[in-house]
Ligand binder design. Structure first.
Ligand code: G4P
Length: 531
């Protein structure tokens, strides 16, 4: 093996790239902050500002943009942990940006599922798990807020298994909850980690004991609660299988840990689980072939584009996940879609709010490229090889509006703006075959406000929205030309082209869609489209 091959293999083996999936309020922000604390990226917890604006159902885009500097600069965080390099990818908390969230999940090798112990499996977690399932992403689960009264842990695990269709393996088991929370028992190690209240903002040495049966622990949680713990531990051991890394790596089993992000307890166990079990950067599928992370030739794909990230630099940044090889300052890359060579000398990384110029980066790392309109979501960059990475999806929007210009003479600018904003993934555009309408599709209603605001600010186009009776959209696919042509004739009034020129069916209602699917069994109605 050459020195470079050896170094590359080592860098790959050290990397863990993951994102947190959770329902708003489950504790993602708090968890992120504590992970950074363990990664020594911040010294004291409380320095990552809260991103309430992500959560509030506000339509005040201006306000959001002001806040965005914070949430975006923390959107990729790299830190060392126990001889490894962790890349933590943040996902927007607000559901209106969930498409971005979904695509971010295509750039990770594993995910951390944070569940509010009092609430259990919530709706957004279910949706995000569906996305993880598309790629069999390995999931590590953390039941949070043990310092509050939570639901019966056995019941929680049952719920995860039944609702999310993934088998749970308890790694730790909680002793008491709420103000009587004493700590967790680690099943594999036969050790108890004692929780110290009020140490959430720093790293403290925990008291660790062999086994769990101690008079002071019994006393702390109370006799009844302690026997309930013993009973549920026994049941948990009986009802759940042992950890099997292969089952975890294929997304069939999830190791479950308990703790409190706010109390910074259990967070290091989560990181240990990632280091010990989660996969190093995996091979990525391209149309032409699988690309292994340890291949010497550079390759990567863009999964997200963010505009106006920092009010001080009003530029667009394309986030690229490196799939193979090494990035070095000044690297020449082939922009495959354009068939053009570009030299990248100013890629960015974002560490705890700072933009830093990057000297080198390896597979699993995310780099930010300045984008002056030539980069789109899904674009592949390579050392020269003709590759197209797959699996970066567009999701069928669930909300639709017709766009009307206030000044009809601005139609060119409108089209340009919508084209660019849809390439960026800010919205999706549909052009019906029966009219000259432009229809916008979004996953969340706030996206419409963002688009209107940006059309005005960046393209000087004033537009208004009108309601339109479209319920959902499906991308049409059929290998048999005759059937397809027949379908095109019959469904003509409901057909449109999306921003990329792909044939889509705009369904006025779910019932209509169902009827069409039944009537046209040979036509595929796809709910996602790959870039
Ligand atoms: P999110 O990013 O998933 O939306 O959740 P975030 O971390 O902002 O947490 C939501 C709320 O839950 C916050 O309270 C946070 O302090 C609290 N929280 C997170 N982890 C724990 C935990 O382990 N135990 C307890 N008891 N609470 C936890 P908040 O009142 O909404 O905000 P704040 O005023 O505390 O910032």
């Amino acid at each position: 093996m050459t020195d470079f091959a050896q170094e590359l293999a080592q860098q790959v083996a050290q990397r863990r790239t993951f994102a947190i999936i959770s329902h708003p309020d489950a504790g993602k922000t708090t968890m992120t902050e504590k992970l950074l604390l363990w990664g020594k990226a911040i010294q004291v917890a409380g320095t990552v500002k809260s991103r309430k604006s992500d959560r509030a159902a506000t339509s005040d885009w201006m306000e959001m943009e002001k806040e965005r500097g914070i949430s975006i600069t923390t959107s990729v965080m790299q830190f060392p942990y126990k001889n490894h390099i962790v890349n933590l990818l943040d996902t927007p908390g607000h559901e209106d940006f969930s498409e971005d969230t979904y695509r971010t999940l295509t750039a990770v090798d594993s995910a951390l599922m944070v569940i509010d112990g009092a609430k259990g499996v919530e709706e957004r977690t279910i949706k995000l798990m569906e996305v993880c399932r598309m790629r069999d992403t390995p999931i590590i689960s953390f039941v949070n807020k043990m310092d509050r009264e939570i639901r019966d842990p056995l019941e929680l695990l049952d719920e995860i298994e039944n609702v999310l269709k993934i088998r749970c393996v308890p790694i730790t088991w909680p002793i008491g909850t709420g103000k009587d929370f004493a700590g967790v028992y680690h099943l594999g190690q036969n050790k108890t980690y004692l929780y110290q209240h009020g140490q959430g903002s720093r790293i403290v040495e925990l008291e660790v004991r062999e086994g769990y049966d101690y008079p002071d622990i019994r006393e702390k949680v109370g006799v009844l609660a302690f026997s309930a713990f013993e009973e549920s531990l026994e049941l948990a051991q009986m009802a759940h299988e042992d950890f099997d890394q292969q089952q975890f790596l294929t997304g069939q089993q999830t190791p479950v840990l308990f703790g409190t992000a706010l109390g910074n307890f259990g967070v290091d166990q989560v990181l240990d689980a990632f280091v010990d079990w989660a996969p190093a950067p995996k091979a990525h599928p391209a149309k032409e072939r699988q690309v292994d992370a340890t291949e010497a030739g550079f390759s990567g794909f863009v999964f997200k584009i963010q505009a106006n990230m920092d009010p001080k630099h009003r530029d667009r940044i394309a986030f690229m996940r490196i799939c193979s090889g090494k990035y070095e300052k000044g690297l020449k890359m082939n922009h495959v879609r354009l068939g053009k060579e570009v030299r990248i000398s100013d890629a960015l990384t974002f560490l705890a709010g700072e933009r830093e110029h990057l000297e080198e980066a390896w597979p699993g790392d995310i780099i930010g490229l300045h984008n002056h309109g030539t980069i789109q979501i899904g674009d592949t960059f390579t050392n020269g090889e003709n590759l197209h990475f797959t699996g970066i999806p567009h999701f069928a929007p669930e909300m639709f509006r017709r766009v009307r210009l206030k000044d009809p003479l601005k139609s060119k600018q409108l089209q340009k703006g919508l084209k660019e904003l849809s390439e960026e993934g800010a919205t999706q555009v549909f052009m019906p075959q029966i009219s000259n309408d432009l229809i916008l599709g979004a996953v969340g209603v706030l996206q419409f406000d963002v688009v209107a605001y940006r059309l005005k600010e960046e393209y000087k186009v004033d537009c208004v929205y009108e309601p339109i009776s479209v319920n959902t959209v499906r991308w049409i696919h059929c290998n048999d030309e005759k059937t397809l042509n027949e379908f095109k004739k019959k469904a003509h009034d409901q057909l449109s082209l999306d921003g990329g020129g792909h044939l889509t069916y705009l369904a006025p209602s779910r019932v209509n869609l169902q009827i069409m699917q039944e009537r046209w069994p040979d036509i595929e109605f796809r709910s996602t489209r790959e870039h």
